[in-house]
Design a protein around this ligand. Structure first.
Ligand SMILES: Cc1ncc(COP(=O)(O)O)c(C=O)c1O
Length: 374
């Protein structure tokens, strides 16, 4: 039973006239695939994140897959990555028969701990796959010291910036962004691989398009490929979104600031933990607002009680190594990555999107106070 109040959803895209016009134009043009909006979106996106090249793909997941292939990950290899992520970052190496090797996370940033990553590297490691979780930049600089190829999962991190001022995605490594409907920028479904190497770009472009070289006819293929293309409609939508990305990012940051104020009491009195502050020059690209519930508060009960009060929330994220598929396939057990497991057990995503009003933030904070005080 709910209170009769409007339900506050977890996420909501910002779609305005610019998006409607852009999509209508493509529909009226009759060229719905492989049209001019694909390279236009790629160029604009690459420029935005300071990357030399970009290839539009059908999702963040397919982007990660092609990025791993581009750096040469293949069967029998190991890829060191974070267990505290959306499952796709660990699945991507498996698509190639490579093994995701997990390393525990930093308790503050919740990103892969560079020392744990270093300890997980073996003679079979052929790539490192840091995830910029919840839009906070992973310490890619520390990982670069190993001299191994790096593929960045930047699916949650559009708008984030490293300590040295480089935008996430602009360090030259292949990095995958995701454009699912809850992301900072959405094309409904979609993604983008950005990279510094022209060779990588050539390979990603070919493999997303059934293994065709650019100068080949439709029916010739010189390598294995996939259909991981993004439509012209989606790219037009993405371009329109890019046009007001700064406003959307600023609105997300504003909502995050309001949450900090509204939840300050629960932090002081109940030990609620908020997303870490930007530190050392790192800048978060706000994607979700995930709190860590105090010890002794049952997260699943909290989700149900918030729902009764008209507030959507969700456990975010579960530890990947403890998912049934990973337990069965690799024999993972609780206790292997204690920092990740603690964070995973306590993490709760609250409603978070640019249009969230101050009043709604207050309502969420009051509901959470009511639920965890009892
Ligand atoms: C960290 C992370 N990696 C990968 C993905 C996969 O992106 P997509 O859903 O576009 O395939 C997501 C999307 O939710 C994500 O959050």
């Amino acid at each position: 039973m709910t209170t009769g109040l409007d339900i506050i959803p977890l996420a909501k895209p910002v779609i305005g006239e610019a998006e409607e016009q852009a999509v209508l134009e493509v529909l009226r043009s009759g060229q719905l695939s492989l049209g001019p909006h694909v390279p236009a979106f790629e160029r604009a996106f690459a420029e935005r994140v300071g990357a030399r090249h970009a290839s539009a793909v059908s999702s963040g997941t397919t982007g990660l897959h092609l990025a791993l292939r581009a750096v040469g990950v293949s069967a029998g290899d190991e890829v060191v990555t974070s267990p505290f992520s959306f499952v796709a970052s660990a699945n991507a190496p498996l698509f190639e028969g490579a093994r995701p090797v997990f390393a525990d996370i930093d308790p503050v940033t919740l990103n892969i701990d560079p020392d744990a990553a270093a300890a997980a590297i073996t003679g079979r490691t052929t790539a490192l796959l840091p995830v910029h979780i919840f839009g906070y930049p992973a310490d890619v600089g520390a990982l670069e010291r190993h001299g191994l190829p790096i593929v960045e999962d930047a699916c949650e991190a559009l708008g984030a910036q490293h300590a040295d001022g480089t935008p996430v995605g602009g360090r030259g490594h292949p990095a995958a962004f995701g454009f699912y409907a809850n992301k900072q920028l959405t094309t409904g479904e979609g993604g983008m691989v950005v990279m510094g190497s022209a060779e990588h770009k050539e390979r990603v472009d070919s493999e997303r398009n059934q293994g065709r070289a650019p100068d080949m006819g439709w029916l010739d293929h010189d390598r294995l490929g996939f259909n991981y293309r993004l439509s012209d409609i989606a790219c037009a939508l993405g371009l329109a979104q890019l046009g007001h990305l700064d406003d959307m990012l600023a609105a997300r940051a504003r909502v995050a600031g309001r949450y900090r104020e509204a939840l300050a009491g629960l932090v002081a009195e109940r030990g609620l933990m908020l997303p870490c502050d930007d530190a050392g020059g790192n800048v978060r690209g706000w994607f979700v607002f995930v709190v860590q519930l105090p010890e002794g508060v049952d997260r699943d009960v909290t989700v149900g009680a918030l729902r009764e009060l008209g507030v959507q929330s969700k456990p975010y994220l579960p530890a990947i190594h403890l998912m049934s598929f990973y337990r069965e396939r690799f024999g993972h057990r609780p206790g292997e990555f204690p920092v990740c497991e603690r964070a995973a057990a306590a993490s709760l995503a609250l409603p978070f999107f640019p249009q969230l009003t101050d009043l709604q933030v207050e309502r969420v904070a009051e509901a959470l106070a009511q639920v965890i005080a009892t």
